[in-house]
Design a protein around this ligand. Sequence first.
Ligand code: 1CP
Length: 354
Amino acid sequence: MSELKNDLYLRALLRQPTERTPIWMMRQAGRYLPEYREVRTQAGDFMALCKNAELACEVTLQPLRRFKLDAAILFSDILTIPDAMGLGLYFETGEGPKFERPLRDVAAIENLGIPDPEQELRYVMDAVRTIRRELDGQVPLIGFSGSPWTLATYMVEGGSTKNFSEVKKLMFSEPAAMHMLLSKLAESVTTYLNAQIAAGAQAVMIFDTWGGVLSPRDYREFSLQYMKKIVAGLTREADGRQVPVTLFTKNGGAWLPEMAATGCDALGVDWTMDLGTARALVQDKVALQGNMDPSVLYAPPARIEEEVAVILESYGHGHGHVFNLGHGIHPGVDPEHALAFIDAVHKLSPAYHR
Ligand code: 1CP
């Protein structure tokens, strides 16, 4: 494999010195880019795009052509695992993801198998291999998965949800079945991420988008415990380099110290907490990624630059910060504003590394 030309992102995650703060954006490949919309139309639908390695590679690289980003993220989705488990993922235009066969009883959970990443999920591994080849060492490639809890919410609800009623009903009334589901998902996620690493992913991130809807006790029991198991089972070195692991629980600010104790390398932080407070909470045990409110990108470039300055100052001097949004970029953002955001990080961050 070709030598990595820009390893700022990997070094920052391991809290090693960097000359500036690296940056990437969650959902950096997506609908805010006209060139993405074009390829998606060409592919037909979202899953067809994910399953075509050449097109998935093309949309992964699109944001890197426009912006000075320090990492690429595999173009795929967290719902590939439930799809591979046989739930039948589909997308209806204008609506979120849906499953043809959501999990509604204990028998359905008992019948779930662990997908083989080089069989049912081979298209993901093919995309990783294609992207690594085309990246040619320009920046590292991030692999990812959903957390067991977050995947379970979609699998039990059958799609997106506001109240989490079905999944919480299961959790509170059939805890043993819930744990069986989460154990199967933890094993599937571990195998899946290790396969992504074997195929060429140089760092991995676990998205726990819905951990924040749980009480502290339930978060520990139904989400954190399983992420910790995954972290313990991951390949941590490949091609003579460490493979850093980032955990991100949206609305999980209160739990950062416990998350930092899982053995991961870095934590994603959303915008509901000051980065300086987060840094004090984790006592520099892990690196931090974040945390601008994605809606700031609707504001004029001068206001965006101001917010970047506030966040850099909040983290303060020293290493171990990866700049990012606190959640995915919104589809309605003007790409010129994303450009202003990324340029501001390039311009203002070196002062914090001297
Ligand atoms: O083109 C389209 O209309 C599809 C929109 C879309 C995209 C661009 C979906 C459907 N998934 C993706 C790609 C995607 N999803 C990536 C690609 C890499 C990148 O960051 O550029 C990643 C990392 C994800 C992860 C993902 N999917 C998460 C976790 C992160 C997060 O944003 O919280 C979640 C919760 C999903 C589920 C999902 N898939 C798609 C949508 C619209 C959703 C969210 C549904 C919901 O809000 O419940």
